[in-house]
Design a protein around this ligand. Structure first.
Ligand code: PLP
Length: 347
């Protein structure tokens, strides 16, 4: 956001400051990012404290906000950006931000093919920067160094972090296109975003070592290949009563739990279904990431998984076995809770 704003000022477009975002996305825990976020559970408490960004619907085919079906939908979710820019006033809009593969807010929803071509064209026509949040998806996680490589579209700014050091030391970076960077350089004022621990040498060494390891061991290819196998095996879980959707890209995948597969009705949030599956999986030795809010910001249970990039097919088999057992055990608990005797049991 800072870089986009500084660029607009440097480029002689000082009225541009608004960053348009999407619902069901997450961009970080600070209060500025809470305004961008569309993750209701993580922003509602902070609501009076942030500047709220305009939000367009997520590109989320399983529960399309337009009630349409891909690809016949014509990607209305992408065209919604143009409407929002016009409503907000193109002279005010600095940037649009999207997670190419939505993480915590939607449990791994990759963007449908064609979406970013439309968005890139709209951004270019209205002099709006395209920012992608690849904090979760970059560094091989989804089978390419960057998720945007799957879509063949170049953003203007990339925010990334986690995979840079595989989490061993804290490191985040902002990557800008030549145009964005050079325009700021030409003003003679450096990018104004220094932090206490910027360019921390230990973290940067950790980052270099991690990226070299990924490269030397072909882990991006491993993520792509073993990830494809993982998604295939995950699809078997669709046979289970409460698994409504399975999605994935590379070594990142997600499940969505529903009460009724035909109507996609979610479980009541107070049942904490993803918490139950999480606890069952943990008992069996596997850590998963329970997520909520995909339906209306509050209801909707999901499970996100992103195993290490060194994961093997055998380990995928182990994961699937644990997941299957954990979901079946949860189904049994839900069944017990629904019976008259079970209603007195509080989890
Ligand atoms: C997609 C995404 N963007 C950004 C962040 C960064 O959050 P923070 O700045 O709070 O570390 C996260 C953290 O989970 C994330 O998942």
């Amino acid at each position: 956001m800072r870089l986009a704003r500084q660029y607009c000022v440097a480029a002689g477009r000082p009225t541009k400051y608004v960053v348009i975002s999407r619902w069901q996305q997450f961009h970080g825990n600070d209060i500025g990012n809470a305004g961008l976020a569309g993750h209701t559970g993580r922003r509602r408490m902070l609501f009076p404290m942030f500047v709220n960004a305009p939000h367009i619907p997520a590109a989320y085919c399983y529960r399309c906000a337009f009630g349409a079906t891909y690809p016949d939908c014509g990607l209305k979710c992408a065209h919604a950006l143009e409407t929002m820019i016009r409503q907000t006033g193109e002279e005010n809009v600095a940037a649009f931000i999207a997670e190419p593969v939505v993480g915590a807010a939607l449990a791994c929803v990759p963007t449908p093919e064609g979406y970013f071509d439309i968005v890139r064209d709209i951004c270019d026509r209205y002099q709006v920067l395209l920012i992608v949040d690849e904090v979760m998806s970059a560094c091989g996680r989804v089978g390419e160094w960057f998720a945007m490589e799957h879509y063949g579209v170049s953003p203007d700014i990339i925010a990334t972090s986690k995979g840079l050091t595989a989490g061993y030391t804290p490191l985040a970076c902002t990557i800008a296109s030549e145009d964005v960077w050079q325009t700021i350089e030409d003003t003679g004022t450096p990018y104004m975003a220094g932090h206490t621990l910027s360019e921390n040498p230990v973290s940067c060494s950790g980052g270099v070592a991690t990226l070299e390891y990924i490269e030397d061991h072909g882990l991006v290819a491993n993520s792509r290949e073993v990830g494809a196998y993982l998604l295939d095996r995950m699809r078997e879980l669709l046979d289970l009563d409460i698994v409504g959707d399975v999605r994935g890209m590379g070594l990142m995948c997600g499940l969505e739990f529903v009460k009724d597969k035909a109507t996609k009705e979610p479980f009541p949030p107070e049942l904490k279904v993803c918490g139950l599956v999480f606890a069952e999986a943990l008992d069996r030795g596997m850590i998963t990431f329970p997520c909520t809010g995909c339906v209306d910001g509050v209801a909707g249970d999901m499970m996100l998984m992103s195993p290490p990039l060194i994961t093997t097919r055998d380990q995928v088999d182990e994961m699937i076995a644990i997941l299957k057992d954990s979901i079946e055990a949860t189904q049994a608990r839900l069944h017990d809770m629904a019976t008259p005797a079970g209603r007195q049991v509080h989890y």
